[in-house]
Every structure is written in structure tokens, then in C-alpha cells.
Design a protein around this ligand. Sequence first.
Ligand SMILES: [Zn+2]
Ligand SMILES: [Zn+2]
Length: 85
Amino acid sequence: MKEPEIRCPKCGWRPTAESRWSCVASCGTQWNTFWTAGMCPGCGKQWHHTQCPACHARSPHKDWYHFPDDDEKTVEEDIVETADA
Ligand SMILES: [Zn+2]
Ligand SMILES: [Zn+2]
């Protein structure tokens, strides 16, 4: 079984082990969101969108995973800036 590649669907930036995201709207925890599939370890909030530190675009968390067998397909959809429910 192959591991998916994780990279920004917009600019191709790849997170490293040192990359951190902040649970800004909720508890302020900083963690690597790809270790928990988008769930904040501090408050358990599930983040459905992940912001890229490189290009600052917010993309659905699942769109960051690129499986080797997937055809490269460009998702042309507008991402609205809404708070995750
Ligand atoms: Zn949190
Ligand atoms: Zn990016």
C-alpha cells in the first residue's frame, strides 16, 4: 500500500515534520494537522479546510492528499472563506 503524497493543491508546497498549524478560532493549539487528519489535539475540533503557509490558500483537507494512482486532476472550484461547522 502506497502512502499518499501530501502537498498543497494550489501551489504544491509540502508540509514538513516541523510544520505547524494553529487552532486559531478555538483553543490556540499548534500542531501538525496532517498527523491528525485535521483534528485539533487540544479541543478535538475537526478542521475540514487547511490553509497553506506558503500561498495562504485554504483547501479542503482531503485535497492535500495525492495518491500515486490518482490521475492528476485540477479541481476548479471556488473556496469560500467560511468557518468550519
Ligand atoms: Zn483546538
Ligand atoms: Zn500553497
